[in-house]
Design a binder for this molecule. Sequence first.
Ligand code: OOG
Ligand code: MG
Length: 264
Amino acid sequence: MFNIAALAERLDEAARTATAIPQLTEALGVDDAYAVQAQSMARRYARGERRIGIKMGMTSRAKMAQMGLQDMIWGRLTDTMLVEDGGRIDFEAFIHPRVEPEIAFLLGAPLGETVTPMAARSALAGVAPALEIIDSRYKDFRFSLTDVIADNSSSSAFVTGAWADPATDLANLGLILEVDGVARQIGSTAAILGNPIRSLVAAARLAARAGEPLRAGDVVMAGGATAAEVLAPGQHVRLAIQRLGRTDFHVESARRTDQCLQKS
Ligand code: OOG
Ligand code: MG
């Protein structure tokens, strides 16, 4: 047997202190893993964080191939995970962060469990290019399906660009992820379930089934369109998506003298 609350605390502490932990040895089912996720997030809410939406994961073949998992997963986003467009993340606040190109949806109206792609689209207030910073709490970024679900699907931070017209056709927009001005991943929004709107439909279903239906004002991250890139201190990361625009952030480290000097 296993203790959901104890596992939730273990994962929450690993995230809070940026300390890697071994993979779980408990034989969790998928529902158990989501229960651990919900309880570990409840600990964050108790510390004052606010849920502002959800993220989808494993919605592209590129991500499935990189991580060796086939099932779609989801996790909760809080206000403290949101990084300002063009802002900075503190490398030391993470264990082994990676970045991936995504699309973010901003809801202007709530969405119930069963919605058509057209209904999901008309509930949108905006869409934006987005970068997700994932940081598995497990050593070496290795995990099973239930491990990663329990770990809030590796959520750790995200950046969104300016909100663009939600009527934009998202089916096949070219995208480039650059690190320090060099293209590292090139792809298309089509990699996200053939059309990222499908990820929003799935998000509405999964959130409602968990008893936390999507609300007006919620943000939904559609999932990585390409494999993720490893982050290092000092980097500047930028994503440009055709017709949607761009977003970027800097990876700062207190241990780098040049940046310490800049700060003082
Ligand atoms: C799991 C999270 C997956 C995505 O966009 O597919 C994810 C991981 O790769 O650590 O965020
Ligand atoms: Mg992601």
